[in-house]
Design a protein around this ligand. Structure first.
Ligand SMILES: *[C@@H]1O[C@H](CO)[C@@H](O)[C@H](O)[C@H]1NC(C)=O
Ligand SMILES: *[C@@H]1O[C@H](CO)[C@@H](O)[C@H](O)[C@H]1NC(C)=O
Ligand SMILES: *[C@@H]1O[C@H](CO)[C@@H](O)[C@H](O)[C@H]1NC(C)=O
Length: 298
């Protein structure tokens, strides 16, 4: 059971980051991610929905509270959505989603198993024109079925998905509705949301940068350069030694959903007795020129 839990949680984490990596000029995306568990585990509700604008989560819903709620910077946004009405919509989608999960498990004669279904769908606009859409499901982390809006049809990747396809295509109008959702309704929702969200998504928050050193096991000295509170998330950071770019030992980048900013770091190891000058270089779209922070050896 413990192993299953960790597998499920790692799947949740795996699929959580947004597809679009960062804001680009005039390019925006709306992504919904739905997750259903056949058996609720610990604190994780059986069904969760979340929505992202570009890389930032703006709402969440789950089967326990049954309430759509704005999250992160969108807590402060007024009038973008009627959250009461959206709760009804998410509840209806939850029912269909969980029924699909049950149908798959029945198909596999495993109505008692621990399984996970995920769905991601959404759309993109670039310079106010539709530039992409996607709608795909994953069962236990593997491709299950995907909507191809050009055919238009559901494309199954799994034996059980043949049944799902039959159900979802039982009436020709279902397929047309799915296509219309991706090509019309979703971009219209995205445009509506952008009226309230452009200032959040187009933000240019410059990084604050600090440089620290620490003693690693084995007596090696490490230099860590940390940039924080910046947005968008794309950043270039590296260390130089006497002007030469150094291979990092470690680097990372995380998003803080609460305030919608990123943190990023890069670490190098300094050989003992090395007295050469080290500097951290940071380049970000908010900066007119790269920041260079020298390491002052003490
Ligand atoms: C499920 O059980 C039924 C009846 O026993 C059987 O016909 C079918 O092949 C089974 N399905 C799978 C996927 O094993
Ligand atoms: C599922 O679980 C119930 C209750 O634990 C049990 O009665 C039933 O036989 C199980 N069914 C299968 C197919 O394992
Ligand atoms: C963007 O496109 C929509 C739908 O085609 C249109 O109604 C709207 O006026 C456009 N906005 C701008 C700023 O061009």
């Amino acid at each position: 059971m413990v192993r299953m839990v960790s597998v499920l949680l790692s799947l949740l984490l795996l699929l959580s980051p947004a597809v679009p990596q960062e804001t680009q000029d005039g390019r925006y995306s709306l992504t919904y991610i739905y997750t259903g568990l056949s058996k609720p585990i610990e604190d994780v509700p059986a069904f969760q929905a979340l929505g992202l604008l570009n890389d930032l989560q703006f709402f969440s819903y789950n089967s326990r509270d049954r309430k759509s709620q704005p999250v992160g910077l969108w807590r402060q946004v007024e009038g973008m959505e009627d959250w009461e009405q959206d709760s009804q919509l998410q509840k209806a989608r939850e029912d269909i989603f969980m029924e699909t999960l049950n149908n798959i498990m029945e198909y596999y004669n495993d109505s008692n198993g621990s399984h996970i279904l995920q769905g991601r769908f959404g759309c993109e606009i670039e310079n106010n024109r539709s530039s992409g859409a996607f709608w795909k499901y994953y069962y236990d982390g593997k491709d299950y079925i995907e909507f191809n809006k050009e055919i238009p049809a559901w494309v199954p990747f799994d034996p059980a998905a043949q049944n799902t396809k039959q159900k979802w295509e039982a009436e020709p109008v279902y397929v047309q509705q799915a296509k219309a959702y991706l090509e019309e309704e979703c971009p219209a929702t995205l445009r509506k949301y952008l009226k309230y969200s452009k200032n959040i998504l187009d933000r240019q928050d410059p990084p604050s940068v600090v440089v620290t050193s620490y003693q690693a096991p084995g007596g090696k000295k490490k230099l860590k350069c940390l940039a924080y509170d910046f947005y968008p998330g794309k950043i270039d950071m590296h260390w130089t030694r006497a002007g030469e770019v150094q291979e990092p030992e470690l680097q990372g980048n995380v998003l803080h959903d609460r305030n919608g900013t990123y943190q990023s770091w890069v670490v190098v190891a300094v050989p003992p007795q090395d007295t050469a000058p080290y500097s951290c270089h940071v380049q970000h779209s908010s900066l007119a020129q790269p920041l260079v922070v020298p390491w002052e050896a003490r």
